[in-house]
Design a protein around this ligand. Sequence first.
Ligand SMILES: Nc1ncnc2c1ncn2[C@@H]1O[C@H](COP(=O)(O)OP(=O)(O)OP(=O)(O)O)[C@@H](O)[C@H]1O
Ligand SMILES: [Mg+2]
Length: 358
Amino acid sequence: MVSDAAAQGPRISLGGLDLLSTAVVVLDGDFRVRYVNPAAEALLETASRTLIGQPFLRLFPELEDLEPDVREALEVHWSYSAPSVGFPRSGRESLQLACLVTRTEAPDAPFIVELRPIEMMLRLAREERLLSEQQVHRELIRNLAHEIRNPLGGLRGSAQLLEAELAEPGLREYTQVIIKEADRLQVLLDRLLTPHRAPKTGLLNIHEVLERVGRVVEAEFGPRIEIQRDYDPSVPELHGDMEQLIQALLNVARNAAQAILGGPEGKGTILFRTRVLRQVMIARQRYRLALELQIVDSGPGVPEDLQERIFHPLVSGRDGGSGIGLALAQTFVQYHGGVIECESRPGHTVFGITLPLA
Ligand SMILES: Nc1ncnc2c1ncn2[C@@H]1O[C@H](COP(=O)(O)OP(=O)(O)OP(=O)(O)O)[C@@H](O)[C@H]1O
Ligand SMILES: [Mg+2]
């Protein structure tokens, strides 16, 4: 029997589960709730004192009658998984969860349940789809940029030769247009092609990176942009490429400043926030520690028709914008094993970057 084997087993520190970002419920040998971590309380929107002592399976209509099956799966396979069960909520539709029950040898926690909102699983699937889409885009753009580069050099060189031959100086106005536009295109191509330099990684302090970004933004945009900081001092150093991270965050912060200055108020705030996350999934990988970095601005928000596409290269909603800034930021963040995402409404735009720390 489970309980016999459990008697000599290791003890689990239930307090340690308090820190997990995953919703965890611990059951006793009779499947009654023994302990609920804060993440599970938040997910189920129910206080632990209400849940403790309740028969766990009865919380979910789909599981209520399955006790013999669940018990058998746990006896034989040590785990039971229900990909989608509904947790009823009064006055609202029920919350769809994936539920994984694992049997342990710890006497104080014979069964541990992990609960994950299905939305999160859908998000993971979406992230994966986006990732492969981005790869295709990037390849396409890179090839195109390479194809444009050579003829562009030819055009520029010929315009220069032509200019030297021109008898009438007034005509140079036209060759100068060709040369200047070729140079502008060249800069664009260089930006499209840069991410492919070899990364130079080392240990770095993310707050130092943010301070550098802040100083550039302050110098570039002046006092109508107020930079605020909300740093978590416990963020450890991370392995990364300083220049790439500065570039990525600068692109995001610059956009924020440009949006604020272009908005109705013409001034506003950009907040840099850092936090340490524990036990997170990033791009299908689980990490013990991660950094959550948010750049929040009070500007008018990302136009709705652009929201799905702002990370695509060459997508811009700004006069004079080339639409490369965020595509580059995303590439650099992905080089660091992280993800970048955006949530925006007027007055509150959040660019969130999650980077693995360990
Ligand atoms: N914080 C923000 N608030 C509102 N809109 C934003 C914000 N950040 C990005 N955007 C929108 O997303 C678009 C794409 O941004 P991205 O940085 O990729 O290109 P860009 O700023 O237009 O050009 P550049 O290559 O010079 O950065 C912007 O043009 C803008 O419309
Ligand atoms: Mg930009």
